[in-house]
Ligand binder design. Sequence first.
Ligand code: ADP
Ligand code: MG
Length: 238
Amino acid sequence: MTALKLEGVNKSFGPVHVLKDINLTVEEGEFVVFVGPSGCGKSTLLRVIAGLEDASCGTIAIGGDVVNAVPPAKRGIAMVFQSYALYPHLSVKDNMGLGLKQEGQPKSVVQERVSKAIKMLDLDDYATRKPAELSGGQRQRVAIGRAIVRDPKLFLFDEPLSNLDAALRMNTRVEIAELHRTLSASMIYVTHDQIEAMTLADKIVVLRDGRIEQIGTPMELYNNPANRFVASFLGSPS
Ligand code: ADP
Ligand code: MG
């Protein structure tokens, strides 16, 4: 089955045309990476998929259902941002469980899903700590945990590692790859980092000025970039 299908998606903010005729299919279980220069519309595209912004036109289908009119919480999606956006006054486990609690899930379900995520992310020793008592990498794991507990069909990551130093970025990248294998969920991942894109992606989408410039596997784009623009992101250095 198809996890996500975008057809003719456009988005304007007033006179500014940000997303232009986006057509894209993400298969179930696929790991898709978006790359492109700052300001090309990557975050806007994630926000439109998540329902945090309405598309100006075009259709967004998730798991075969058109969701243009479906609110974000009901789309079966969870988003992880670059800024962790954790609640400072809540513990790790309460930060992770808050969304489920607000959804009205029973306490037992919240507890079970939170403990499972805490184990998966190796946060057992930190469950009762507050965000201020954690390292940057641990905070980002809490943000990822908050997404996992929702049991989404589709994860959206918006440059989740760009606030981490190089060593932590590598560790967390490996963890995200493991998570993808364990959960067999579909993931869309925005990054500036060529190594992240090449190692994580089943499929890379190169965006330029609100349009899709090229879609392909990492090796396709590396070996056969459609033009210099794509090559400058991912191509071989020939
Ligand atoms: P990226 O994530 O690729 O850096 P964004 O999606 O954040 O790019 O932004 C794409 C373009 O859309 C930018 O020119 C940005 O200024 C504009 N934009 C994003 N959000 C809004 C908004 N809420 N109102 C007006 N313009 C916006
Ligand atoms: Mg962005």
